[in-house]
Design a protein around this ligand. Structure first.
Ligand code: 13P
Length: 242
């Protein structure tokens, strides 16, 4: 899976241009979904352009609320996402963990909501530089995985995004990524007895120049790309490497 996370970027014009260009440039592979996560205000437009162009791109949301009922100004719930046939949702991104003070309890509710609505989850996790330097990464990630306990996933993708690598230009080395992804897969199998295989994608300063090396590990099942995915040509090239 190769995922473009636009974060808080874009315009109607750039969304339309991106979808049209990427749809033409990628060589779609059945086992490698191409997922576009625009700002939520562009989901409607994106769905329309994807459908009109018979595009192979799948649509992902950057947000989901845990409840469909609560009075919540600014909230976007799973039913709204279903209205746009949203295929995927990012949950637990480090930027949202920080800004919205998300914790394991609130993330568990968001997971429930996505699972109940059959929206495939891309569950993000990753350690800070301080945790890495204190050799506490695996313990920390194990704790971040706790909301997955006793959840019934049809399909689960983890996105390992070390906080120190996001938007810094400093990607983790492929050896480090391989080790952490291996740990996450083993941990999910033993702790959660997840029936299906868990896919783990990497995010954090992925660029055209480093994507091939990162993807060379058997433990890397794809990429979650921020900044470098804004340019349709760069993103398409990265997809075609996968
Ligand atoms: P960058 O690729 O810009 O480092 O962002 C990574 C990310 O946070 C994707 O979710």
């Amino acid at each position: 899976m190769i995922v473009s996370n636009w974060k808080m970027n874009g315009s109607k014009l750039s969304v339309e241009k991106w979808i049209k260009e990427v749809s033409k440039s990628i060589l779609p592979k059945e086992n490698v979904p191409c997922v576009f996560c625009p700002p939520v205000c562009y989901l409607d437009l994106s769905r329309k352009i994807i459908d009109e162009n018979s595009s192979p791109i799948s649509l992902g949301s950057q947000i989901i609320e845990s409840s469909t009922q609560t009075a919540l100004t600014g909230g976007i719930n799973s039913q709204m996402l279903q209205d746009y046939s949203t295929d995927y949702v990012l949950i637990g991104h480090s930027e949202q963990r920080e800004h919205y003070k998300e914790d394991n309890a609130s993330l568990r509710l968001k997971l429930n909501s996505a699972i109940d609505s059959q929206i495939s989850v891309i569950f993000c996790l990753g350690e800070s530089e301080e945790i890495k330097n204190n050799n506490k990464t695996k313990e920390f990630l194990a704790d971040q995985l706790e909301p997955l306990l006793e959840q019934d996933f049809g399909l689960l993708t983890l996105a390992y995004e070390p906080v120190w690598a996001i938007g810094t230009g400093l990607n983790a080395t492929s050896k480090y990524i391989d080790e952490i992804h291996g740990f996450l897969k083993d941990y999910c199998q033993t702790r959660f007895a997840l029936k299906q295989n868990v896919s783990v994608v990497y995010g954090g300063s992925v660029k055209l120049e480093n994507c091939e090396e990162i993807l060379s590990s058997n433990n890397v099942d794809g990429l979650l790309i921020g900044g470098a995915s804004l340019d349709p040509e760069t993103f398409s090239k990265i997809y075609n490497f996968s």
